[in-house]
Design a binder for this molecule. Structure first.
Ligand code: 2HA
Ligand code: ZN
Length: 269
């Protein structure tokens, strides 16, 4: 079967990375059934030939107008598709869409008419926000890490930056590799406009945000970078939970040690 990836090594490499991350999400137990989403802005990898391709779907309204996405192309996980399947067959479990000139609708252009994720509007709102800011970030990730979600079932952890500081203090790398910390978004209905809007507000300050009792949402230069930030936070959460399981409260790094890290790695806060 003809694929948009044929004879396009740069695009193939990008989609391989998406497939690799999808495999990690499944292996980590973060992607039960169809859980989680991946959306990547691939506009820079689209050549003139692809731009001439006819749509393979009807025009689908997004439900909102996103002015910075005019003519952009995205790879999107398909609705109801499983990460463990996407890991092996990315173009059968996801599709490439083009945002129409009205900035309020899209068409699917490749490989098959796989309908994008139900969270597409919220992911596209994030990409619109990133482009508006002039950010070079191209990827958005939503996943269900067990340890981090469990921590959001405890009200004291939902106060601003309580989890950020706790997780940073478990192992020095966490602050170095997730330097903007972890934003918290109170529970909102999955796929809702309220959740999308709250996410955009928090992305002003954070690259990774928790959706209370649901999952995380992360943005990054590419999908691997977004995954790595969630992975280091999850590692810290596991250290905390392991210490508590052994019956003690972990000491955490001291404020002096944290400060020393911040200076040594030239971190923002
Ligand atoms: O699309 O995880 O929150 C699957 C989800 C939605
Ligand atoms: Zn989810």
């Amino acid at each position: 079967m003809k694929s948009i990836l044929d004879n396009r090594p740069a695009l193939g490499k990008e989609i391989n990375q998406v497939a690799e991350v999808a495999g990690y999400l499944w292996q980590k137990g973060w992607a039960e059934r169809n859980g989680g989403n991946i959306v990547v802005n691939i506009t820079d990898l689209i050549d003139d030939e692809i731009k001439q391709w006819a749509p393979i779907s009807d025009v689908v309204p997004i439900g909102t107008t996103l002015p910075y996405l005019k003519g952009c192309y995205f790879y999107c996980k398909g609705t109801n598709m499983r990460m463990r399947d996407l890991a092996r067959w990315p173009m059968e479990n996801g599709s490439v869409i083009r945002i129409q000139d009205d900035c309020a609708s899209y068409v699917i252009i490749a490989d098959a008419p796989v309908k994008p994720t139900s969270e597409l509007p919220s992911h596209l709102c994030m990409h619109n926000h990133l482009l508006n800011k002039g950010s070079s970030y191209k990827a958005s990730l939503h996943t269900h890490p067990i340890d981090l979600i469990a921590m959001t079932h405890h009200q004291p952890f939902l106060q601003k930056d309580v989890l950020t500081n706790l997780l940073w203090s478990m192992i020095p790398e966490t602050k170095a590799f997730c330097p903007r910390g972890l934003g918290i978004i109170p529970y909102a209905l999955p796929s809702s406009v309220a959740l999308a809007e709250a996410t955009i507000v928090e992305l002003e300050e954070y690259d990774v945000v928790m959706w209370e009792k649901h999952g995380v949402c992360a943005v990054g230069e590419d999908i691997m970078a977004a995954f790595d930030q969630v992975d280091v936070l999850s590692k810290s959460a596991q250290i905390y939970i392991n210490a508590r399981s052994m019956g003690f409260m972990p000491d955490g790094m001291s404020q002096e040690q944290m400060k020393e890290m911040t200076v040594a790695f030239n971190l923002p806060k």
